[in-house]
Design a protein around this ligand. Structure first.
Ligand code: HEM
Ligand code: HEM
Length: 184
């Protein structure tokens, strides 16, 4: 794995923001749909499932790019605990971005309710029985809320880098902020 890069590619940045919007949209959509009548909830959850599978595919793409590119150089002022927290948050995201959609597929794609990606591409049914589905159903929501906790931590970290440390970390993901950054 290569090391030592100090910027993200355009593709990595686009994937970062696209995945962020889709994940947050899916959490908001699922929570909003909860109180709705069955027909409307079913329509929203149909989109939810397809968007979730899209997140899975985009995450796999992003992971391949990530493994090829290696870790980015971190600002030299970062303390040991800050580096550990940043790396743990990023790894936690990758684990959850795979686990959340896979758990959804594992409990929700059944012969009674086949999963067809945006009504275009039929996907395989989950091979799990009742107990396995029950397990992944129980995991799915809490995993999404854990991702939400990580997002809050992640945003606080990004804002600390930008406004307190005044380094180029946020500008790596938002290149229009790059001017006037000491490390940029
Ligand atoms: C980005 C990916 C995803 C996120 C962030 C996400 C998030 C969520 C959240 C927050 C809930 C509400 C949980 C609760 O109220 O306890 C939910 C419910 C649900 N999700 Fe997902 N989900 C994703 C992907 C998927 C996928 C890929 C599928 C299926 C293929 C799926 C199927 C479902 C179903 C069927 C429910 C309703 C569960 C119920 O009625 O108890 N989700 N999801
Ligand atoms: C669901 C929402 C989000 C997810 C899942 C997410 C995920 C990630 C992941 C996995 C990385 C590590 C990239 C890598 O090196 O492999 C990352 C980096 C980054 N994210 Fe996010 N992110 C989200 C939202 C945000 C938001 C809202 C902000 C800004 C306020 C943000 C700012 C950043 C920055 C600045 C980096 C670069 C960190 C560095 O260079 O070390 N992210 N994000």
């Amino acid at each position: 794995m290569a090391v030592g890069r100090s910027s993200y590619s355009k593709t990595a940045i686009t994937l970062h923001w696209l995945i962020a919007v889709l994940v947050l949209g899916n959490i908001v959509g699922a929570v909003y749909a909860e109180g709705l009548p069955d027909a409307e909830r079913g329509a929203i959850m149909g989109i939810h499932k397809s968007v979730g599978i899209t997140v899975l595919a985009l995450t796999l793409w992003r992971l391949v790019l990530r493994l090829k590119a290696g870790f980015l150089v971190l600002p030299t002022h970062m303390k040991g605990w800050e580096i550990v927290l940043a790396r743990a948050t990023h790894i936690g995201f990758y684990v959850l971005l795979l686990a959340i959609p896979l758990s959804g597929w594992a409990f929700a794609a059944s012969p009674e309710r086949p999963l067809i990606w945006f009504d275009l591409v039929p996907l395989p049914d989950s091979p799990l029985g009742k107990a396995g589905r029950g397990f992944f159903h129980a995991v799915h929501g809490p995993a999404a809320f854990l991702a939400l906790v990580l997002v809050i931590l992640h945003i606080l970290g990004a804002l600390k880098h930008h406004f307190l440390d005044r380094d180029d970390v946020l500008a790596r993901m938002l290149p229009f902020l790059r001017k006037n950054r000491a490390d940029a």
